[in-house]
Write a protein that binds this ligand. Structure first.
Ligand code: COI
Length: 351
């Protein structure tokens, strides 16, 4: 792997006031695909990509990405979390979008090297981390809708705090009744750029109405709950944890998988299945809607305090974080930061 270090270094931001995705480190990883194969990964100074205006990613959106985090503990040890699972998922997204597979071991090692080079950028305060954003874009210089023959794979790093500006205060979510994110046979389970672009309008409308994000219903029947734009969703109904099943329409979230595993391990009953919106409304009306929370790399475990549907604000658990969400949050962040023993084998020691 080639490494070209930056001549000058950026001034670091205030690590106590990071927000999400605003600052980027001194270096990035790039790897080019042409003539049917990937070139060697290179670590280079962080720089703008130069794209011809006709490059097909700019027109047809053949692009995918991932989100992973690295953590530094008080002794300076650096961990990342389930990076291999994210890279496997990225290759699955690539297959769906007709993009080339990459060698996950090569990319895994290159990302670990990049994180080591940028270790001074890893914040250590509670709730902060170094967000890793692997991305792959089509790079053919021609118009016409077809699978590109050239690609750029790059990884940028961003020191981050909470995804939601209000931190762990419960979010207000609007259940979207008009627009849909995915449908049978679509790209719902992929982490592809177009899924996020298509979600923006509903999110903006929800924001104008005072909600943080939308919870999508399935695009076929507008009946089953699916996911929130930046996280998978969990409910606790009458003491049982339920979450939408992986049916091809929702993202196979790594934090979703981790949450299911830690909750089952702690003895909670967890069901992955289709959940009708009517079931949630009924549970709310009969007093058995105990908790609601979202899971995601960026969002970690985010409690949901209000779910709006059909003109009604359903206030859940008195708009407070519930005990199951809190248990999942403490356990998963504890494992990620090395404070809790990782009996699942998820933590990857970088240094
Ligand atoms: C993540 O959770 O890492 C994501 O990519 C979600 C994104 C909308 C910030």
């Amino acid at each position: 792997m080639k490494i070209k270090l930056a001549q000058t270094r950026k001034q670091k931001p205030d690590f106590n006031n990071l927000g999400f995705g605003k600052y980027f480190t001194d270096h990035m990883l790039v790897m080019y695909y042409s003539n049917g194969k990937w070139g060697e990964p290179e670590i280079v100074p962080y720089e703008e990509l130069k794209l011809d205006p006709c490059t097909n990613i700019l027109h047809y959106g053949q692009g995918i990405f991932e989100g992973v985090k690295a953590y530094k503990n008080d002794e300076g040890k650096i961990n990342t979390f389930r990076l291999n699972d994210n890279l496997d998922r990225m290759n699955r997204s690539a297959a769906r979008l007709c993009m080339p597979q990459f060698d996950t071991k090569v990319v895994f090692d290159a990302i670990c090297e990049l994180v080591k080079i940028e270790e001074d950028w890893i914040p250590t305060a509670k709730g902060t981390s170094l967000y890793i954003r692997p991305t792959m874009i089509a790079n053919d210089k021609a118009l016409g809708v077809h699978a590109a023959k050239n690609y750029i794979f790059f990884v940028i790093l961003s020191p981050v705090g909470n995804y939601y500006a209000h931190g762990l205060t419960p979010t207000k979510i609007m259940i979207e009744e008009k627009y849909a994110r995915s449908c049978i046979g679509g790209t719902g389970e992929c982490k592809c750029m177009g899924n996020y672009a298509a979600s923006i309008l509903a999110g903006e409308i929800a924001n104008q109405k005072g909600y943080d994000q939308v919870l999508w219903l399935d695009g076929n029947y507008m009946k089953y709950v699916e996911e929130v734009g930046s996280m998978n969703i969990f409910f606790v109904l009458n003491g049982v944890v339920v979450t939408p099943m992986l049916d091809g329409n929702i993202l196979d979230g790594i934090t979703r998988r981790s949450t299911i595993a830690v909750l089952k391990d702690a003895g909670y009953k967890v069901e992955e299945r289709h959940i009708e919106i009517k079931e949630l409304v009924d549970a709310y009306n009969n007093g058995t809607f105990d908790e609601c929370f979202g899971t995601g790399t960026a969002a970690v475990i985010s409690p949901v305090g209000v779910l709006h549907y059909n003109g009604v604000d359903m206030v859940i658990n008195d708009n407070k974080m519930g005990k199951i969400a809190e248990y999942a949050y403490n356990t998963i962040t504890g494992i990620q930061t090395g404070k809790i023993e990782d009996k699942f084998g998820w933590v990857i020691k970088i240094k």
